[in-house]
Structure formats: structure tokens, C-alpha cells
Design a protein around this ligand. Sequence first.
Ligand code: AMP
Ligand code: MG
Length: 337
Amino acid sequence: MQTRLIDIRTDRDTALNEAKKLILDGQVVAIPTETVYGLAANALNAEAVKKIYAAKGRPSDNPLIVHISDYSQLLPLVKEIPEKVKLMADAFWPGPLTMIMKKSEVIPDITSGGLDTVAVRMPKSEHARAIISACGVPLAAPSANLSGSPSPTNAKYVLDDMNGRVPLIVDGGACEIGVESTVITFAADIPTVLRPGGVTPEMIRGVIGEIKIADAVLHELKEGETAASPGMKYKHYAPTADITIVKGSLESFCEFVKNKDCFVLCFEGEEKLFERFVTYGRADDGLSEAQRLFDALRELDEKGAKTVYARCPEISGVGLAVYNRLIRSAGFKVVEV
Ligand code: AMP
Ligand code: MG
């Protein structure tokens, strides 16, 4: 299969028409969103959704997020819209927030990974919403990487993973947030965050009060433990390089990596301290780290890094999402110095 690239910023009509034609024909198209690039297909067409799993090499029990461009598209997808979901949608949609509810019969089993719930998001990216709206159907869209690899935040990295696997990549430039959406389930008694993202627990508590954070956000699942979100049990965001997070002061970090044959994943402003490094944002700015993290992981591979020691982000605000991704890319290897 030939993979075409069309830039929606310069060729808007062509991009929208081609994406619509392919998606309504049951094909998969890579699209930009404000979080990361997604692999989009008609969420209501089981055959089309199967092609997403095939293109990514994704296990079929790992459900997809369904993307809508207008609030009126939500009701047909779910059994009912809980009151708290309405409040959350008012506060954070369009935006990097995915909400899980009991699904209606229109959602094929393949889209929800066989679960009786469905995850829905209305992206903030104008490009993403224009594509969904042109198609006139909700789009199932997981991140546009090969299963297990870091999510792509620009069209070049989508092409690296998806060349020959999808007919079209819509280029919308760099993603504004850089990590995937916050996922919160309303199918539990108390709303529970399954994956942290750009909408932080603090922001959510401000709107609906009590929430829980799933254990697996910060810890590895134990043998035999079931995942609240199937995605939690799979290897994730891992570059080829072997990463270890090093917790401690900058000074003890420097001492720890001294004389080691390694690359360092550090913060901006720390470059002078290391010979071989890639930076990921500023130490005091979770959003800048989120924007850079996945690119930085791919850059480490491009530089041929084998062993990498990473500076640890602040685990609060958007930094919680950054740490959640980094600890998975490190296979949960953390040392304290
Ligand atoms: P991705 O599509 O790569 O952004 O990943 C979507 C994440 O949301 C995965 O971790 C899924 O397991 C999770 N997810 C999607 N739908 C559901 C659902 N119905 N219940 C629980 N988790 C879900
Ligand atoms: Mg993903």
C-alpha cells in the first residue's frame, strides 16, 4: 500500500475530502489531534475498526477511544449520560479528556475490546474536529504508532511507523499537548482516572469532587491483578534504548551517571553537564515535558542510544501524565540516589 501525506494547513479541502472518502470507504487514516496523532476509522464499522488493530499490531482486547466533533453525537453511543459527565463535558470538552460510559448497541464489540463500556472524547484540535465532522460519523482512533512504541506527535514519526500500512496521513504539524488524553471511567461507583493526561486530577476534582486514581497509574500491575483499563497491562511507549529513571537531586544524578557508558534524558538547562543527552522540557513545567517526552524517546533511538538514565519529573499536575508514560517506557525501572 502507498502512503500519501497531505498537509491540512496548506491543502485543507483536499485533506478533508480525501480523509472523508477513505474513512467512509472503511479505510484507516492517520489524523492530527492536540494530544498525539491518531489512526482513525469509522467507529461504527467493525470491518474498518479491525484494520486499525492490524495497522498497529494492537491486541484486540485493548479498546479504542471514540472521537466526536459535537456533543449531540454522544447520546447515541451510550446507554445514558451520567450527570457528572455533563459537568465534565461543559468544563473540558473539546479537550484532552476521555470519558468511559456504558455503551449502546451501535458500538461494535471490536471497538470496545469486548467490554460493555465505551470511551469517548471530543478533541480540541480544529483539524481533528473538521475531519470527524466531514465524515459525519464518530471515529475510533488510538495513537498512530506501532503497538508498544512511543506515540507520534508529528507526521514524520507517524510515517516512520505507518508507511505502507495506511493509505493517508493528514499532517497538521506538531501536537500541542504531546501525551494522550486523560481517561476517566464513569462506569465505576466513584469516577476513577485510569490514565492521567492534560486534564489533571486537581482540575477534575474542582468540577465533580471526589475521584479515585487507579493504582496502575503509578505502579506496575502485580501478577494476576486485573487491569481496570486493558491498555495498562501491555508494554507501552518503549523505545529500543533501555531506560532507567533516576530519582534524586541533580547533583546525585550527575554523580550516579559519571563514568557510565550511557545517554542522559535530562531537562533543558542541564545540557552542559552531560556529553550525550536528549532534553525533555523544563524541570518546573509539566506541560513542556509532555510536549517533548515522546519525541525525545524517538530521538534517543535515532542517536543510537543503548543505555539511558532519565531525570525524574515532578509527579504532580501534568507531570503525573509525564511520569506515567516515562515509567512505562522504562519498564518500571527506577533507582533512587
Ligand atoms: P490509546 O487508544 O492508545 O490512546 O489508548 C486508549 C486507552 O484507553 C487504553 O489504555 C485503553 O485500554 C483505554 N480504554 C479505552 N476504552 C476503554 C474502556 N471501555 N474501558 C477501560 N479502558 C478503556
Ligand atoms: Mg497508544
